[in-house]
Design a protein around this ligand. Structure first.
Ligand code: APR
Ligand code: PHB
Length: 390
């Protein structure tokens, strides 16, 4: 068995784990990242693609935004469609902040390229375990050999299904959960987006979203039943439903093309409090999940690791543990704001299976108010771009 030693053991090479590794590297703090999937798998995994300005600035400060600045499209508004209306919501004018469209997989590729060959990053680690929160140890198997890494701190960036959160004593963690009665079917389409801005469409058959990844690739979502499988959604049905739900009587503007990737995502809200115990901390999806409607997941993950990297630097370089002690409190203010907004936006735009005709009309009235009131749009915009006071 090999025994290693590091300051920070990081479980998971998603955006949270990789960015934390990068920020620590810049602060001169060594870390080991352990990921159970292959490099190819994590680089191709299709997830969200909307970066808030704060996330972009953080990636720039970390020196990993060259490709992002060349390739990502800057968005300053989106279109909201419902019943017979199509209204532009100019969130950047109202909040002073834009968003960038750049796939999570691209962020992951940039972070991996910045680390490989420079600092430890191990893919395809098997049977990863975390033990002893006071003196944490990571154990796993790599190329058939058992490895033990003794760490000052372990950070679980291993997502909702990871092993770090369950390693904490259950008596110390309180969890909050909600599961929504619908899911999202997401398709990646090899066709140029026909429109420049996103379209959020609220239809009586359910929600749909027109998004994009690049000038060549469109990304579309449909609200589906949570029990549906991909077999329930052959291409013809996907396109028919998208045409129906995205139409407002103003024309279709939907360019069809080959579907190159598809997946169904469950919708849930989840928060773990606190976000750690002794010297084991949680960041990103390991600590909290939002429904994808407001695209907050990736941005929250990035914001957690910014706070954590600074707190770890204070501890290791000045012996000051106050940042680590306040980590949960600092992060959860923003997390709960985003949880509430994501839940609210989900409720506004989705058709609930048991929705009565009266509730449908209430949603319509809320949408008309949002679309017609400068005050409502401004409040929405602050939340959407991630600058709302928390
Ligand atoms: N051992 C090692 N690695 C693991 C383990 C394990 N037992 N379990 C999970 N992982 C890895 C996953 O394979 C994944 O690469 O942890 C990583 C977690 O990454 P993400 O799920 O992308 O989570 P995070 O980095 O917090 O980023 C949040 O991801 O889910 C989206 O919408 C969410 O965009 C948000 C972002
Ligand atoms: C996406 O492109 O994946 C996306 C964009 C905006 C959202 C959600 C997802 O609100």
């Amino acid at each position: 068995m090999a025994v290693w030693r590091t300051r920070v053991g990081i479980v998971g090479a998603g955006p949270a784990g990789l960015l934390l590794g990068r920020l620590l590297e810049l602060a001169g703090i060594d870390s080991v990242i352990v990921e159970h999937r292959s490099r190819d798998y994590v680089e191709k995994r299709v997830r969200a693609g909307l970066l808030e300005q704060g996330t972009v600035e953080l990636l720039r400060d970390a020196g990993v935004a060259d490709r992002l600045d060349r390739l990502a499209a800057v968005h300053t508004g989106f279109e909201l469609r419902f019943v017979d209306e199509a209204v532009r919501l100019p969130f950047a004018d109202l909040s002073g902040r834009a968003v960038w469209m750049y796939g999570q997989a691209e962020v992951v590729k940039d972070l991996i390229a910045a680390r490989l060959g420079k600092a430890p990053l191990h893919f395809e680690a098997r049977d990863v375990t975390v033990t002893d929160p006071e003196n944490p140890v990571l154990r796993f198997e790599l190329d058939g050999e058992r490895v033990e890494v003794r760490c000052d701190v372990v950070v679980g960036c291993d997502g909702y299904h990871g092993v770090t959160r369950p390693s904490l004593p259950t008596s110390t963690v309180r969890t909050y959960r909600h599961t929504y009665p619908f899911a999202w079917l997401g398709v990646l389409v090899d066709a140029p987006p026909a429109i420049k801005e996103l379209v959020y469409a609220c239809h009586e058959r359910g929600f749909s979203l027109y998004s994009m990844r690049s000038p060549e690739v469109s990304r579309l979502y449909l609200q589906v039943d949570p029990t549906d499988t991909l077999a329930d959604w052959p291409d013809d049905r996907v396109w028919e439903e998208l045409h129906t739900r995205l139409a407002t009587g103003l024309g279709h503007e939907l360019t069809e093309g080959p579907i190159i990737e598809r997946g169904i995502t469950a919708m849930r809200s989840f928060v773990s409090e606190p976000m750690g115990h002794h010297n084991v901390f949680l960041a990103g999806d390991a600590a909290h999940i939002v429904p994808p409607t407001a695209a907050k997941g990736l941005n929250l993950a990035m914001s957690d690791v910014r706070v954590l990297a600074e707190a770890l630097a204070d501890w290791f370089t000045k012996g000051d543990r106050s940042g680590l002690d306040g980590y949960t409190r600092t992060c959860l203010r923003r997390v709960w704001r985003a949880e509430e907004f994501s839940d609210w936006m989900t409720g506004l735009l989705h058709r609930f299976p048991d929705e009565q005709n009266m509730q449908f009309r209430f949603r319509e009235a809320r949408l008309r108010y949002l679309a017609g009131s400068q005050a409502a749009m401004t409040s929405f915009s602050e939340n959407y771009v991630g600058s709302a006071a928390a």
